[in-house]
Write a protein that binds this ligand. Structure first.
Ligand code: FA5
Length: 341
């Protein structure tokens, strides 16, 4: 038995890792282990021998277990340490140059501009309103004083959604301008109102350098008592001067939109004419005093309230501000273009 113990202790001592140690435990203490087998022989011995031999085997077992546990914890520490060494990484290492940081995303120029527009109008007390891109004929046309068969419907060629007629609101369409949100917000909030509506609009037209079939507009609507066009002129000059970071002069020209009366176009003075040449004006947006029929459609009493509205193409504004020659570049997701902003 002393030999058995010696060989067991020697095996434990020589174990290189916890798997080998586990094998040794099975070899000596498993169901058919060498020490276990010794215990099984006890039943054939006399009472006297059982006691002495039993005690001796138990002592061997205890010595085996204590050597085993000592070795097990020693191996465990060794194994943790070697794992830590293998998995060590240096968090202070400088980055590898081959990682191309120019691939980091940037905010799309159109969104950058929209954020700026929202900020400036928010500072002037305007709230930002929203409406659906899939709109009904009622909100896009009728409520804006454009009945069906009105020639003005041809001014904005329309995408229709197939088989989606709604008896109350007419066909479903892709909105052709942000003006339907005027009616939706009047219905929702009533007077007074001071909102801008940035949003995407759609027109069924051929594209060229200045026309796209999807583009973004910003609608403006102010309704209160004793409101006039002088307020509109002041607000637009303030807005444009802040946006272009220089003093901007604007002028009104007569214009026609069925939902405003009088209707007008607003131009920006872009270049003062030198040496007797005429000034260069840029067409910027449509606007006018909200038509009484439109106020009525929105549930606002036209006897006691007035307002003005405007709508400009922010995609065109982006072209002016960032000097983009072709509007179609704005939506084609070409990284060589987008990385410039
Ligand atoms: C309108 O859409 C009116 N709803 C604007 C308005 C609102 C007038 C409130 C009065 C009161 P218009 O169709 O002109 O108007 O479009 C307004 C702006 O959208 C244009 O000045 C232009 O900047 C832009 N725009 C129009 N068509 C296109 C297009 N195909 N591609 C890019 N921008 C366009």
């Amino acid at each position: 038995m002393q030999d058995l113990l010696n060989s067991a202790l020697q095996a434990i001592e020589n174990a290189n890792n916890s798997n080998e140690l586990k094998e040794i435990e099975i070899k000596y203490l498993g169901k058919k282990g060498l020490i276990t087998e010794q215990l099984k022989t006890l039943k054939d011995l006399s009472e006297e021998d059982k006691r002495t031999t039993g005690k001796a085997i138990q002592e061997i077992k205890q010595k085996f277990l204590s050597a085993y546990q000592k070795k097990a914890s020693q191996l465990e520490i060794e194994e943790i340490n070697s794992k830590l060494t293998a998995e060590f990484f240096d968090i202070t290492l400088p980055r590898l140059n081959k990682i191309n940081h120019s691939k980091k995303g940037t905010i799309h120029p159109l969104n950058q501009l929209q954020q700026q527009v929202e900020e400036i109008f928010s500072d002037m007390g305007f709230e930002i309103a929203d409406g659906p891109e899939v709109e009904s004929e009622y909100y896009n046309f009728e409520a804006l004083n454009i009945p069906s068969h009105h020639p003005a419907r041809d001014m904005q060629d329309t995408f229709f959604i197939e088989n989606k007629a709604d008896p109350k609101h007419g066909e479903l369409i892709l909105r052709t301008h942000t003006s339907p949100v005027q009616i939706r917000t009047m219905e929702l909030k009533g007077a007074p109102l001071r909102i801008i509506v940035p949003g995407r609009v759609f027109r069924y037209e051929a594209t060229d350098a200045t026309h796209d079939s999807t583009f973004n507009q910003v609608e403006g609507l102010l309704i209160d008592k004793n409101i006039g066009l002088a307020d509109l002129k002041g607000i637009m000059e303030e807005f444009l001067s802040r946006l272009f970071e220089k003093d901007i002069t604007v002028r009104f020209r007569p214009g026609y939109f069925p939902f405003v009366e009088p209707g007008l176009e607003l131009d920006i003075l872009w270049q003062k004419g030198k040496n007797g040449q005429s000034d260069k004006w840029l067409e910027f947006m449509g606007a006018g005093m909200v038509h009484p029929n439109v106020l009525k459609a929105g549930g606002i009493d036209p006897e006691n309230n007035q307002g003005w509205a405007f709508g400009f193409g922010i995609t065109r504004l982006a072209m002016i501000k960032y000097q983009i020659a072709d509007i179609r570049q704005i939506h084609n997701s070409d990284l060589r273009f987008l990385k410039q902003f």
